[in-house]
Write a protein that binds this ligand. Structure first.
Ligand SMILES: [Zn+2]
Length: 427
């Protein structure tokens, strides 16, 4: 896999573990139709006439009936041709329905290739998808930056032009039932990673296509760089899905889950995990605690934290807690000095002055790193901000964060903690 300046070998390995067919050029060109995933699609027949296709980093569900096909999601823009070929290897029936589970860049943008090939499906999505398309168009630059994206051949780094978006033919609010080949497919709305989520239940097959509501790691309900997530409603959706007793779940990313008992265990543990964080956070807010005190006192019980498919490989419980705080409270952290603060660099220069110079702050950062990496990160950042031209401060900043990133399970933390090295190189 080609190296990428944003991602170290360790973060790429974690991406592959979480997402499967990811890497190479596509990881930085998710909006480019001409940039495919690094490997041919994985195609797995999960039940009779039912497939999980992994054309890129996200999974697609394919249901074949006598009267045609129903597809759940369509991957990233660059996944289009591989998805079309994979669908056609499974079945030659016409594509009748496509359901988008949400508007994210890795799920709703690869359909163009099947449309170009002459397919004319009815596209179904939750009504809020239109608001997400509008948000993508309005914040293309921001999303390109926070997702580390570069422009493709059309000059766009993020879906933002009308031709990037497939507008649904049918939208729904709570649920909608589709009939195909004499079979029922129930599409239900949920809120989780987004407020436009949908999941598809095929009762005749006992197969559920969950989109990113089920991904095999701790739900991405806290993401520090993204818009609001919905931990409480995510728990509701997990319980609703569990109540149906599916035999197979086609996930949004990673492996398919088989077996009623394993699925029930995963979904109900996920719901309990999210509810635990929400309850802790609301209790703290209602007791008048500051955000810092709420996050610092969060403990995840071992029976939740130990679930093998709910590990913090991507998001972290602390971030989910912060997201709940943001949902119900304001942006201020409650510390008066931070309401209208002095610039961070001015604060850092004062710390260095008190310490007797940047060199003393650097020495202290390395000393503290031996027993408290979290605290050492503050010292290293003060040293760098106090004098970004100081060679020892630059190296300290990059190396202390690198060390801490090496101890972190979460992909988004690893990426964030590799940023000091890039900042230092950029100078
Ligand atoms: Zn996804």
């Amino acid at each position: 896999m080609p190296q990428d300046e944003r991602h170290s070998d360790a973060t790429l390995a974690l991406m592959v573990r979480n997402f499967g067919n990811i890497g190479g050029e596509q990881v930085r060109h998710v909006a480019a139709r001409e940039v495919p995933a690094p490997h041919p699609p994985l195609v797995v027949e999960v039940a009779p006439h039912t497939w999980m296709i992994q054309p890129g980093m996200a999974n697609v569900g394919l249901f074949e009936t006598e009267d045609g096909l129903l597809l759940v999601d369509a991957g990233s823009a660059g996944d289009g041709p591989a998805l079309r070929d994979a669908v056609r290897r499974c079945s030659d029936k016409p594509l009748r329905y496509v359901v988008f589970t949400h508007a994210h860049s890795d799920h709703a943008y690869g359909l163009w290739s099947l449309l170009d090939a002459g397919e004319r499906p009815t596209v179904v999505a939750h009504e809020n998808i239109l608001g997400h398309y509008a948000r993508y168009a309005k914040t293309a630059g921001l999303n390109a930056v926070i997702n580390g994206q570069l422009p493709g051949a059309n000059g766009r780094a993020w879906p933002s032009a009308p031709e990037d978006f497939v507008v649904p033919d049918v939208t729904f609010r709570d649920s909608i039932e589709l009939r195909l080949g004499g079979e029922r497919f129930v599409v239900r709305h949920a809120k989780g990673e987004t407020d436009d989520a949908a999941w598809v239940w095929a009762p005749g097959r006992r197969v559920l296509a969950a989109g990113d509501l089920v991904v095999g790691y701790l739900p991405n309900a806290g993401n520090p760089r993204k818009v609001q997530r919905y931990a409480e409603e995510w728990a509701d959706a997990a319980e609703q899905m569990a109540a149906l007793e599916p035999e197979c779940v086609i996930t949004g990313h990673g492996a398919v889950v088989h077996g009623a008992e394993a699925i029930r265990d995963e979904l109900l543990t996920m719901a309990a995990y999210l509810r635990h964080i929400v309850r802790h956070t609301l209790d703290g807010l209602n007791a008048g605690l500051l955000p810092e005190a709420i996050v610092e006192s969060l403990r995840i019980p071992a029976h939740l934290a130990g679930h093998p498919r709910l590990q913090p490989n991507y998001d972290r419980p602390e971030f989910i807690c912060r997201n709940v705080i943001r949902r119900y409270g304001g942006w201020w952290d409650g510390r008066p000095a931070n309401l209208l603060p002095a610039p961070a660099a001015a604060q850092a220069r004062e710390v260095a002055e008190l310490a007797g110079g940047v060199g003393a702050v650097v020495d202290r950062a390395y000393a503290v790193a031996g027993h408290d990496l979290r605290l050492a990160c503050h010292l290293a950042e003060w040293a760098f901000l106090a004098d970004p031209d100081d060679e020892s401060a630059r190296e300290c900043y990059a190396s202390v964060f690198e060390r801490r990133g090496g101890t972190e399970p979460s992909l988004m933390v690893k990426v964030a903690f590799s940023e000091p090295r890039r900042q230092v190189r950029a100078r």
